[in-house]
Design a protein around this ligand. Structure first.
Ligand code: 5GP
Ligand code: ZN
Length: 139
């Protein structure tokens, strides 16, 4: 298996594992954006959140929620930014679902998730709401 996260899950390459259960693994990012930057992954190799089975999705976010307080406490952080690059258009570099938990401090110089986007919604929210509700109905 060539996926780097599958190899970590399989124990083929080392990582600083901080939590493990039957469905998920959490380990430190090798190039942390801040001290305590954790990645939480499902054992199964899928690229996007929406490729997960519902039970895997539940387990993934249970692990994220379970870790968020202890990661903050361990680092003496004031909060955390929790995010997913979901698909290669977003800058996702490893095509195996992973949730980033990045500890944050007041005045740490990093922005909110809003800061990664240029201004620029082009369509009205009512029209977009209709489109999403229609997409949900056809699934
Ligand atoms: P992405 O850009 O796909 O959302 O994030 C991938 C993350 O995986 C990056 O933050 C990167 O530093 C991390 N990463 C890539 N290769 C390895 C590795 O071999 N070990 C660990 N622990 N993290 C990795
Ligand atoms: Zn994988």
């Amino acid at each position: 298996m060539s996926c780097i996260f599958c190899r970590i899950i399989g124990g083929e390459i080392p990582a600083q594992v901080v939590a493990r259960d039957e469905v998920t693994l959490a380990f430190l990012d090798v190039s942390p954006l801040a001290d305590g930057h954790v990645l939480v992954v499902p054992h199964s190799h899928v690229a996007r959140l929406d490729d997960l089975e519902p039970g895997e999705a539940d387990a993934l976010f249970r692990t994220v929620v379970r870790l968020s307080g202890p990661v903050r406490d361990a680092l003496g952080a004031d909060g955390s930014t929790i995010g997913v690059n979901n698909g290669d258009a977003t800058g996702q570099t490893v095509p195996h679902v992973h949730v980033h938990i990045v500890p944050r401090w007041h005045a740490d110089g990093a922005g909110s998730i809003h800061s990664i986007f240029p201004p620029g919604a082009k369509r009205g929210v009512a029209e977009v709401g209709d489109a999403i509700r229609a997409a949900l109905e056809v699934r």
